[in-house]
Write a protein of this length. Structure first.
Length: 287
């Protein structure tokens, strides 16, 4: 089976899991855990990420990350790569800390982000490490419910904003929401194409892209795109109407691998406009 695709675009949200090599612990002590969170804060600043939830277990971690610039792979290379170097330097060790690739599931924000955040902070309860989520120090739960100050890597505004405009009320409702999730079935049973979680229309806009990627996964990117048309060729008929332009946007990004920013610059649009058009389905592309 081909490895699942890393679908990247501005505003994309992911549930990320990264596990220890040979199932070994990725943390020897709390200083290591603090080191990872501090590094995550650095990555957030550098790559313009938002972290909506996190949970550091013993041999793996969970993150819920929103990427404003569509740069998941770059940020994850920084996060896991630099952590490995710092971990090895601190403990006088060598070799891999993490087991192969991290797993990233693309989440439809409006439908599944809250559930993903709840899943993450309930991980210690499911693992029977604690009875209630507030007993686990190394997750975002305690900060989100107002029990302690949030780490600089965490943003709670969006999550709490779904439960009300008054912070204390929102914190109380969020606590109830998380507790209601104890014992519920996993949301990951609904994942499609190994890497997409969302409503049917969201999945449909992306699933063909995943299948096309899986068919070409063994072909190096440089070879795959060596004969791709220029943006000028793709958009030569764009002046004939918005529909043709929008279809060209999908073709450029989904078939030929141009970044949303490259397409936006060519068309004189803001890259967020290109991202919005793709997300809203105005650019449904048929290969």
């Amino acid at each position: 089976m081909a490895r699942p695709l890393r679908i990247e675009y501005a505003g994309a949200v992911y549930h990320i899991t990264s596990r220890g090599n040979a199932r070994r612990s990725i943390f020897k002590d709390d200083k290591d855990r603090a080191m990872l969170l501090n590094l995550l804060g650095e990555v957030n600043d550098r790559y313009h990420w938002f972290c909506h939830a996190y949970c550091l277990m013993n041999n793996h971690y969970h993150l819920v990350i929103e990427t404003r610039d569509g740069n998941l792979a770059k940020g994850m290379r920084q996060l896991n790569g630099v952590y490995t170097m710092r971990f090895n330097r601190r403990h006088g060790s060598v070799g891999h800390v993490f087991q192969g690739r991290y797993r990233a599931i693309l989440i439809q924000k409006e439908s599944y982000l809250l559930e993903a955040c709840r899943y993450v902070v309930l991980n210690p309860v499911r693992a029977k490490a604690v009875e209630v989520p507030e007993e686990w120090r190394w997750s975002s739960y305690r900060a989100t419910v107002g029990m302690e100050k949030a780490h600089t890597c965490l943003t709670t505004e969006w999550v709490l904003g779904q439960f009300g405009s008054k912070k204390r009320v929102a914190e109380r409702r969020y606590r109830a929401f998380v507790n209601d999730g104890i014992g519920e079935d996993s949301i990951w049973e609904d994942v499609r194409g190994q890497s997409i979680l969302g409503e049917e229309d969201f999945v449909e806009r992306l699933i063909d892209f995943v299948r096309g990627y899986e068919e070409a996964i063994e072909i190096p990117k440089g070879q795959r795109y060596v004969t791709r048309p220029s943006l000028g060729e793709i958009f030569k008929d764009a002046e004939s109407g918005k529909k043709r332009r929008d279809l060209g946007i999908a073709e450029a990004v989904m078939r030929w691998g141009y970044s949303e920013r490259e397409v936006a610059n060519h068309l004189g649009l803001h890259y967020s406009t290109v991202s919005r058009l793709i997300n809203e389905g105005h650019t449904k592309y048929q290969n």
